[in-house]
Design a protein around this ligand. Structure first.
Ligand code: ZN
Length: 693
């Protein structure tokens, strides 16, 4: 895989940052031209197609008119998440994470990159060439957050930032701080399309603009995104004889273009996305880059996940969006082939993906190291976004199960509990002697922090979908849905639960009037003995990993009682995952657990601990809810064996002994993986050795 001609974003910093820093800003002012167009906040419907949903009612992805979508998301504002598991996390996100991230972006010059181009800042261009995307992802996070309630100060600051962004747009539509000024001649060359992230930045601008539009109706940024596509991209790039090739060096533009179509009704955006997904054979691309970029050959020729993990996940998102609009069966076949590869050979138990630090890439099949795991937060988010789209296409619970797995574990781990520091990589084991500081407030490549923020902001939009025949329930937490069925019947659904710590969920279903429809409730893959009752009457057919479809005449106040037994299970990995031989992971409900050194008895080194399992699967765990520990978690205790002779004193090699090693019994403690590294730097492991007792 490795090739000196490939770039990862982090490696870019060491190779190209020098030239970045050395560049001199030059070009002042295209401001006067753009000020007239974009000087004032605009707020109105785009009015392009009469049957588009009103802007405020469009979901996280708006599949309301997608002909191959079985499910249609509800808007973020339709679901109010109430006191419970996600409430505090989201409150911290909007009150701490989003504001402190804006300060970080400002103090690291990311907004001055825009202001300098119109003479409002004398600071030099700073940061890698995709730095604009961090601003857009932050605006994306704000957009979804404002759908859960207006925040005038945040709204005002974001408006002001958007004005600074659009002020640099050239009359022809081009907008990218890195390629305006003295680098203008480099724009969209083959080299820069491969590594320069111009289309990636445009994609994030469009996504951020759409989120902000769906919250506020403000089209200022959206107009700028459309102007760049309509005025600069489409006239110059595409399959036509007078157009130049276009490729996606970092996939992202594909899903953004299709969402732009869903927002405006302009079909040409789908066509352009399809062309990019197909690849352009007028350019010869280095085979290593075709792997690394997950772009450059027809998407439908892919047979496995490889290359840069975030790129691959985003390409899959775009390809699924393309399928949702076109129904091209070759895409659906490829997407399912890749999904099988993901879930059978490439995904961490946490829902994280991308094993290798080198090139931030997928490894070989079953190459899933623990301490060396890369598991970039953005890749887990890409995994969630892709599975959300596959779910929309199919209505199959297996995709929602991956959404839940990634959300509670591999994404949730990426932000500290206080909301101010972030993981770039999410390893499954940690040795503090490595000196690695795993959570940081800022990264020069700061893709992950605002990506996590936008995921938490948009979370209410992932709880439910509607379909022609009813309503799907995907996620469980205290919440109120206030929306309507597709026949227009208003409906409210109130969830009451202590999920994920307890498995009972009480749902009160209140259509405006009695109405026959199907309520689909997701039975998680791990809930083997799940039971469901309606108004106290047991319902048959609940199977783990499927939706239970209940068609009936639903009346206001009907109560659905779900019970997902919260047993603790010990998981084994496929023997081909070399590092996990002789080890197990612990899962309770959707939560994957880990051991941190700090929780173990004094003097016990994690390296010397084994979990003592009896013949019953999983042995006996005691669970204990600790409201004051790590914002309230269920900890697990279990018997363990600690080596009598510390492994630190053993020789590196010695004759094999078939005798059971001498151990003393100790009580071991497990905490949810997502809260690791929130106290002090100490050893951690998800996959724990076990001994049979
Ligand atoms: Zn990232």
């Amino acid at each position: 895989m490795s090739s000196s001609r490939n770039f990862s974003r982090r490696q870019f910093l060491t190779t190209a940052a020098g030239s970045t820093a050395a560049s001199v800003l030059a070009r002042p002012a295209i401001a006067s031209a753009s000020a007239n167009l974009f000087g004032a906040t605009r707020s109105f419907d785009l009015g392009i197609s009469g049957d588009l949903l009103p802007w405020r009612d469009q979901g996280v992805i708006n599949t309301s008119r997608s002909p191959y979508a079985k499910l249609h998301g509800v808007p973020v504002h339709a679901v109010t998440i109430e006191e419970g598991f996600w409430y505090k996390r989201r409150k911290t996100n909007v009150e701490k994470s989003i504001p402190t991230m804006r300060e970080e972006l400002e103090s690291h010059g990311r907004m001055n990159n825009f202001r300098r181009l119109v003479g409002k800042s004398s600071a030099p261009q700073i940061g890698p060439y995709f730095s604009d995307s961090d601003i857009y992802k932050w605006i994306d996070a704000v957009g979804w957050a404002l759908q859960s309630g207006d925040r005038p100060e945040l709204h005002r600051i974001t408006d002001s930032m958007i004005h600074d962004v659009v002020a640099i747009q050239e009359p022809g539509g081009y907008l990218n701080t890195y390629y305006q000024g003295d680098r203008a001649s480099l724009r969209m060359s083959q080299h820069d399309q491969e590594v320069g992230h111009e289309m990636y930045c445009l994609g994030h601008m469009i996504q951020g603009a759409i989120a902000y539009y769906r919250a506020t109706g403000d089209t200022t940024l959206l107009d700028a995104g459309m102007k760049m596509v309509d005025g600069f991209v489409i006239p110059n790039y595409g399959p036509g004889p007078n157009q130049k090739p276009i490729i996606s060096g970092h996939p992202e533009i594909e899903m953004a273009l299709i969402e732009l179509y869903r927002t405006t009704g302009k079909k040409q955006y789908v066509d352009l996305a399809g062309h990019i997904l197909h690849g352009d054979d007028r350019w010869k691309i280095d085979p290593h880059r075709i792997v690394y970029m997950f772009c450059g050959v027809p998407f439908t020729t892919r047979t496995k996940l490889e290359g840069h993990a975030v790129r691959a996940m985003y390409a899959c998102c775009g390809a699924t969006d393309y399928y949702l609009e076109t129904g091209d069966p070759a895409y659906w076949k490829t997407l399912n082939t890749l999904w099988e590869d993901l879930t059978r050979r490439q995904m961490y138990v946490t829902g994280g993906v991308g094993a290798r630090a080198q090139w931030e890439a997928f490894g070989d099949p079953y190459e899933l190291p623990n301490a060396q795991a890369y598991g970039e937060s953005c890749a887990a988010i890409g995994n969630l976004m892709w599975n959300w789209r596959m779910l929309a296409a199919s209505g199959e619970a297996k995709f929602a199960d991956v959404v839940e797995r990634a959300l509670y574990n591999g994404i949730n781990s990426g932000m500290s509990l206080d909301g101010t520091t972030y993981c770039y990589r999410n390893p499954l084991a940690f040795d503090p002697s490595s000196g690695d500081k795993i959570r940081n407030p800022w990264y020069d490549v700061t893709c992950c922090p605002p990506n996590i923020e936008r995921t938490f902001s948009s979370l209410p939009g992932l709880f439910y979908s509607t379909s022609k025949d009813g309503l799907y329930v995907h996620l469980y937490d205290n919440s109120l849905l206030d929306w309507h069925l597709e026949d227009g019947t208003p409906i409210k659904v109130q969830q009451r639960t202590n999920y994920p710590w307890e498995g009972e969920v009480r749902m009160t279903v209140t259509p405006a009037n009695a109405r026959e429809f199907t309520l689909y409730v997701r039975i998680p893959w791990w809930a083997e003995a799940a039971s469901v009752a309606v108004n106290g009457k047991a319902q048959s057919g609940a199977r783990a990993g499927e939706y239970l479809a209940m068609r009936r005449n639903w009346k206001p106040g009907d109560v659905v009682s779900l019970n997902f037994p919260m047993t603790t299970e010990v998981l084994a990995a496929n023997p081909r995952v070399a590092e996990n031989r002789g080890r197990v992971a612990v899962r309770r409900g959707p939560i994957i657990y880990c051991m941190e050194q700090i929780d173990q008895p004094n003097g016990v080194s994690l390296a010397d601990v084994s979990l003592a399992l009896d013949s019953k699967s999983g042995g006996e765990f005691q669970s204990e809810y600790k409201p004051d520990l790590l914002d309230g978690i269920v900890v697990l205790h279990h018997r363990g064996g600690v080596l009598e002779t510390s492994s630190a004193t053993e020789a590196l090699y010695g004759p094999v002994s078939l005798a059971t090693p001498k151990t003393r019994q100790e009580n071991t403690t497990f905490i949810p993986y997502y809260v690791w590294a929130n106290r002090q730097s100490c050893a951690m492991e998800v996959w724990v050795p076990y001994m049979r007792t």
